[in-house]
Design a protein around this ligand. Sequence first.
Ligand SMILES: Cc1cc2nc3c(=O)[nH]c(=O)nc-3n(C[C@H](O)[C@H](O)[C@H](O)COP(=O)(O)OP(=O)(O)OC[C@H]3O[C@@H](n4cnc5c(N)ncnc54)[C@H](O)[C@@H]3O)c2cc1C
Length: 383
Amino acid sequence: MTAPVIILGSGLAAYNVAREFRKLDKTSALTIVSRDHAGFYSKPMLSNAFSANKSAEQLLMKSAEKMAEELNATILGHTKVVSIHVHNQEVMLGDDTILPYRDLVLAVGADPIRLPMGGDGASDVLSVNDLDDFAHFNRRLASAKSVAILGAGLIGCEFANDLLARDIAPIVIDPSAWPLSRLLPQAAGDFMADKLSDAGVQFHWGVTAQAVDAEGAGFVVKLSDQTELAVDLVLSAVGLRSRTELAAAAGLQVNRGVVVDRYLQTSQPHIYAVGDCAEVAGLTLPFVLPIMQQARALAATLMGERTVVKYPAMPVMVKTPACPAVVAPPAMGSVGEWHLETSETGIVAKFMSNSGSMAGFALLGSATSQRQALTPDLPVVLA
Ligand SMILES: Cc1cc2nc3c(=O)[nH]c(=O)nc-3n(C[C@H](O)[C@H](O)[C@H](O)COP(=O)(O)OP(=O)(O)OC[C@H]3O[C@@H](n4cnc5c(N)ncnc54)[C@H](O)[C@@H]3O)c2cc1C
């Protein structure tokens, strides 16, 4: 009997690959192994769940059993893969069970980055990167009135805006001078900061959290400018680091992510990587749209039709209702400058390259309505 295709993980990358694969191949054995509950949920919903009035239970869209039925797959939840034996084409589980694979797909995601911080409350700093984290965060919020959020990036700003729906005061701390500083020029960031401030978000710019101390039922966050903030909870949203350990231990090439070629194949045949754990053509893009492209290409490759992944322009919607935004940042190293058209209600920021073409954009407020019109003018991310 042929060994199954095994997918490690049960996030959007894993389930998108499984769904695309099943569209092309209804019968080959498929096994999904995940260290979590393996139910299906949409991770982007975690940072607007309060506005949508959803509990963790309501965010779970389908149980592992339901997914197994739908996908005609064996799904092993709460099962961690501890090693990959490349030459025998096997993975080993936490209880030493060995599972042989025909092809292996790593969809193991990324870990939240933890900033080194002093204080006896530092280990209680939360991060929300999956449904279980969200459930825990939600329970801890039960009696909270204020939350310090470390990081004013996309995720930090989304959580800040969302907490307002629960009447909780978000206090955002960031070393830069404006939100989404890697994606927006300052004038656009200032516009967003104003809108979020008007809605009730507090910001501390140009500072870092040096220590978190437990105090009573809450915490005191000590900032680099000596400010002390008393809050009920601390949430860290300072970025993600691809989970590469499993791949590295198996001798696969890793860099910022698990290195794959345009066929999404790792440095070993029969092993592929997708989603937040993968580095494709030097890019680690922790978003949903690249996953969709990867899943379609990989499903075809797994069927024997080797297919390269291509990325079109992929603007990202920022879920901050106080200041809706769509961002399509220019590629790293792009040379040019931002051109802004500002109105009372919105900003169109275009990053124009020296050759005169638009290399990226950021649309804020009412200008988000221009997304469809402007997207075709963006360069593709991976031709
Ligand atoms: C709060 C939040 C909001 C977001 N909003 C947006 C948005 O609006 N738009 C957008 O495009 N993107 C958004 N993203 C990013 C997007 O959700 C992610 O890029 C995507 O969900 C990643 O999916 P993944 O399957 O690669 O990883 P994950 O969902 O992290 O899945 C990894 C899986 O691997 C499993 N696993 C890990 N190690 C092992 C092991 N050793 N053995 C077995 N299983 C293992 C885990 O249990 C998990 O099931 C958001 C992310 C967050 C955190």
